[in-house]
Ligand binder design. Structure first.
Ligand code: IPM
Ligand code: MG
Length: 357
């Protein structure tokens, strides 16, 4: 089993180091190879996704990814910005299905910004389409050499598009996931305004007919944003496009107490996957040793489950995380009165210790 390790920028290196530590104590036959990505790769090789990094990722069973980005790259031409690395990996590896579970750990109910009764027991799965939509529309930037903005121009544009096969395959993923859960899918769109999302809604409805046991409902994205903070437990599986999924998954993350807790998996049709925390590179806290490594550690668990067929090991990691939370250890982002504050490394060590028990 080969894992490509791409820590990236900001807190990426700190949190990935903790996940590696956890993977190593499992004593499974992994081969891990690390490469630069994002701003770190730009500094060393002049490109956020060097050919060698992409090749390594493509040749691996799974990619463990940290985070990319830093404000200091905001003035670079768009193709050279760190974010292009993750977008390029998603596109080049065909990682179209993004799983972003939002689970509220009982121990963290008080860390949520919502009332405990609204989030206790929360378990929703956001499935975000990841290789289409306005993120990859044409003719993005056709009128200029490299990017979508025109020096001195009066307008800029991006094009929203989805093809039938792109919608069909993500719809299947969502219905199949729902079959293993509470058998409910909410498809989020903006069909009242956008043609792309009327098309989306029609096709999801069509695919839904093949899953008679699953209850499908449709919701406009603005309403979905409201329902997520009003009554989040009404959702089971939420399926949506790339852009809406980006936004809604951040909102859903906060329900659970902290975005620092949320793992994600991005899969292609060969079950190759990229695993990363749902949060970003947080340059404001990078290097301070206070970032929460749990989202990355839980992403490593998802990697074991989905791409490496090591379900028992995945369960062990998740149980260890739960034990650590039971013991009252908290990084700053999930800290509340009466718990003990720890740093990134101590949190990783605690998970390792819990695994050994
Ligand atoms: C995410 C991030 C990325 C996205 C950025 C870093 C390109 O926000 O994974 O949610 O917009 O998809
Ligand atoms: Mg995002």
């Amino acid at each position: 089993m080969k894992i490509a390790v791409l820590p990236g920028d900001g807190i990426g290196t700190e949190i990935v180091a903790e996940a590696i530590k956890v993977l190593k104590v499992l004593d499974l036959p992994f081969e891990m190879e690390t490469a630069l990505v994002g701003g770190a790769a730009y500094e060393a090789h002049g490109h956020p996704l060097p050919e060698s990094t992409l090749k390594l990722a493509q040749a691996s069973d799974a990619v463990l990814f940290g985070a990319v980005g830093d404000w200091k790259y905001d003035t670079l031409d768009r193709p050279l910005r760190p974010e292009q690395a993750i977008l390029g990996l998603r596109k080049n590896m065909g990682l179209f299905a993004n799983f972003r579970p939002a689970i509220c750990y009982p121990q963290l109910v008080d860390a949520s910004s919502l009332k405990p009764e609204l989030v206790a027991g929360l378990d929703i799965l956001i499935i975000r389409e990841l290789t289409g939509d306005i993120y990859f529309g044409q003719p993005r930037g056709r009128r200029v050499a490299t990017d979508g903005h025109f020096p001195g121009a009066e307008e800029a544009f991006d094009t929203m598009r989805y093809s039938r096969p792109e919608i069909e395959r993500i719809a299947h993923v969502a219905f199949q996931a729902a079959m293993k859960r509470d058998k409910r899918v909410t498809s989020v769109d903006k069909a009242n305004v956008l043609e792309t999302f009327q098309f989306w809604k029609d096709i999801v409805t069509e695919i839904g007919l093949q899953y008679p046991e699953v209850t499908l409902d449709h919701m406009y994205v603005d309403n979905a944003a409201m329902q997520l903070v009003r009554a989040p437990k009404r959702f089971d599986v939420v399926v949506t496009g790339n852009m809406f999924g980006d936004i809604l998954s951040d909102a859903a993350a906060m329900l659970t107490g902290s975005i620092g807790m949320l793992p994600s998996a991005s899969l292609n049709s060969k079950n190759q996957g990229l695993y990363e925390p749902s949060h970003g590179s947080a340059p404001d806290i990078a290097g301070k040793g206070i970032a929460n490594p749990l989202a990355t550690i839980l992403s490593a668990a998802m990697m074991l489950r989905f791409s490496l067929n090591q379900v028992a090991a995945a369960d062990r990691i998740e149980a260890a995380v739960s034990k650590v939370l039971d013991s009252g250890l908290r990084t700053t982002d999930i800290w509340s009165e009466g718990t003990s504050r720890v740093g990134t490394v101590e949190m990783g060590d605690a998970v390792v210790a819990a695994l050994a028990k």
